[in-house]
Design a binder for this molecule. Structure first.
Ligand SMILES: Cc1cc2ncn([C@H]3O[C@H](COP(=O)(O)O)[C@@H](O)[C@H]3O)c2cc1C
Ligand SMILES: O=C(O)c1cccnc1
Length: 352
């Protein structure tokens, strides 16, 4: 299905189930609201499932969207481009942080090559849907064409729908792409209208000198974009300052909402992408959880602009889906609590 058509068909979560879940929390053997944010998480899961109590999501799937970035030639990351492809190999052989955390929650790990510069060998667990071999350098002009942006969004949407058809009941957004905190900060600055320096982070750990350079490059790309593109023009924004991972993540978010399954956002790549998904499909955000507050400052700014409270704050600065995977256990626990705790009546506990 065409993702842009699907985006218009996304419906909001079931508010009746959401409210019913909130009411049920008050009947469980605990002081009112004692489970804090977990009560909201469980209610949101019930709203998504249109069922109270909802079944706990137990078949998670992490899609790691991988792509390269032409802007790397400006020296905005200390790591060479080939690390993207090398890390794809690491994901496929199970050695990355995301693999270790995915194993703990029996989450399937899928790598989607949406624009890695090097040719990858077809392997089990790898989907090759290269839009191009890396983006163009956004410091010099548009990062991609509008057609490429649309193609990346479609890839992410298709991956989400296929995973749900395969029986996955919660999706996790991951990323791999050396240099990708640069387009992420550019997207946040442009979409939120915040000063670039206030949304740019240190990525993989850059020096303060490199940070100044990163800010200057993003500032010039954002002002080039602002002169000709409107915030509601998602293809325009992506083509000007985005990455293929961002495009795919936009589609992945819409695909989850269209398929009525929850999706856990990770760090600054998925948070910035969610700002774009909101333009195409505002209701799709009702299916999203902010997994964590990344150390990358743009992630925090994006989450607050989206009105989302991150579930964890662990000072992670990794991406890959790592923070979202950690939040998955928490979402599962919250859903279990609503379903399995005894009520005051059942347990014979006196209510105040
Ligand atoms: C070995 C390694 C593993 C990673 N896993 C995720 N990232 C993360 O760091 C990169 C973004 O940071 P920057 O914009 O500073 O390059 C992305 O690849 C992201 O997925 C990694 C980076 C490295 C080096
Ligand atoms: O916020 C993130 O996900 C992040 C931070 C640093 C490097 N890569 C990703």
């Amino acid at each position: 299905m065409d993702v842009f058509e699907a985006a218009k068909l996304v419906v909001g979560i079931d508010t009746k189930s959401f409210e019913e879940a909130k009411a049920r929390q008050l009947t469980l053997t605990k002081p009112p609201y004692a489970l804090g944010a977990l009560e909201d998480v469980a209610a949101q899961i019930c709203g998504i499932a249109s069922l109270v109590p909802a079944r706990t999501p137990s078949r998670g799937a992490l899609a790691i969207f991988a792509g390269d970035h032409g802007v790397l030639e400006e020296g905005i990351s200390p790591w060479p481009m080939e690390v993207t492809a090398q890390m794809v190999g690491n994901f496929l052989s199970g050695g990355a942080a995301a693999n270790v955390l995915a194993k703990r929650t029996s989450t399937k790990v899928l790598v989607v090559d949406v624009g890695v510069a090097l040719d990858l060998v077809p392997t089990e667990g790898l989907i090759i849907q290269k839009v191009a071999k890396g983006t163009s350098n956004l410091a010099k002009g548009a990062a991609m064409t509008r057609e490429q942006a649309a193609k990346a969004i479609q890839v992410g949407f298709d991956v989400a729908c296929d995973l749900v058809l395969d029986g996955h009941d919660i999706l996790i957004a991951g990323d791999m792409g050396i240099g990708n905190t640069t387009p992420s900060a550019a997207i946040v600055a442009f979409m939120v209208g915040a000063p670039v320096a206030s949304v740019t982070g240190y990525g993989t750990g850059i020096s303060s000198e490199l940070f100044e350079k990163k800010v200057a490059i993003i500032e010039s790309a954002v002002s080039r974009t602002a002169s000709s593109i409107d915030r509601s023009d998602v293809l325009g924004v992506l083509s000007s300052i985005g990455g293929f991972e961002h495009g795919a993540t936009v589609g992945f978010i819409i695909g989850a909402a269209f398929s009525k399954v929850p999706l856990v956002l990770d760090g600054v790549i998925s948070n910035s992408s969610a700002l774009l998904a909101r333009e195409l499909s505002p209701l799709s955000l009702q299916y999203c959880f902010a997994g964590h507050a990344s150390r990358e400052v743009g992630a925090k700014v994006a989450n607050s602009a989206l009105g989302m409270e991150p579930l964890l704050n662990l000072d992670l600065a990794l991406g890959e889906g790592s923070g979202a995977l950690l939040a998955l256990g928490l979402i599962q626990g919250a859903t279990d609590l609503l379903a399995d705790m005894a009520t005051f009546d059942q347990a014979g506990v006196t209510e105040k």
